[in-house]
Ligand binder design. Structure first.
Ligand code: S3P
Length: 207
């Protein structure tokens, strides 16, 4: 039998896209877990726009995040962050990477639950520490004991990140492996384990 007579097989990516509808995919989790890197690659795989909420907040404010914290303080940053994320969720479907504190706000969590599938990228504290040390642009970590700050934030935040729809272990393996796992997990969640299998009549026809 030639391939031409078989119906086109849906890919997991196509299944996910159609199951999403207008909903977005939102990556949540601590600084340094790879939300932007993984999010950008997932968006490319799904052929969706990728948006980094921190970049959008900086554009809306006309300032960098350290400048917003310094001039206006964290509560002002958090209000702007919640507004920007609400706007971005209205424009789905997109893949949206959020800053590490965004999911802590209940209003934002509720909006994400209504308009998106949330994925917690979870990493061990030592992986996070190794990664956040490479950059000095995170105001919350400009303390005398960044390691202690990360530990404290993780204790506060992990129970809340755990409310995300899905959890993926971010670790030091090639990024594409994490992306593959995320696509598989999303597919199982949205479409069920068997959704990418051909229908039974096609499966028996090609046997
Ligand atoms: C923050 C994380 C940062 C940024 C801001 C505050 C946080 O984003 O939003 O510095 O509270 O964890 P990343 O998680 O992308 O580093």
């Amino acid at each position: 039998m030639s391939d031409a007579v078989l119906p086109a097989q849906a890919s997991p990516e196509a299944d996910i896209l159609s199951a999403l509808g207008a909903r977005s995919i939102v990556l949540v989790g601590m600084m340094g877990v790879g939300k932007s890197t993984i999010g950008r690659r997932m968006a490319a795989r799904l052929k969706l726009p990728f948006i980094d909420a921190d970049t959008e907040i900086e554009a809306a404010a006309g300032m960098t995040i350290p400048e917003i914290f310094e001039r206006h303080g964290e509560p002002h940053f958090r209000d702007g962050e919640a507004r920007v994320i609400a706007r971005l969720l209205d424009g789905g479907p997109v893949v949206l990477a959020t800053g590490g504190g965004a999911f802590m706000r209940e209003e934002t969590r509720n909006r994400i639950a209504a308009r998106a599938i949330s994925i917690w990228l979870r990493a061990d504290p030592d992986v996070i520490m190794r990664r956040v040390r490479r950059r000095a642009d995170r105001p919350l970590l400009q303390t005398s004991d960044p390691e202690g700050t990360v530990t404290r934030l993780l204790t506060e935040r992990e129970p809340i990140y755990g409310k995300a729809d899905l959890t993926i272990a971010s670790r030091d393996v090639p990024h594409d492996r994490i992306v593959d796992e995320t696509i598989e997990t999303l597919h199982a969640h949205l479409c069920g384990e068997t959704a990418s299998q051909p229908p039974a009549d096609v499966a028996s026809a090609v046997r």
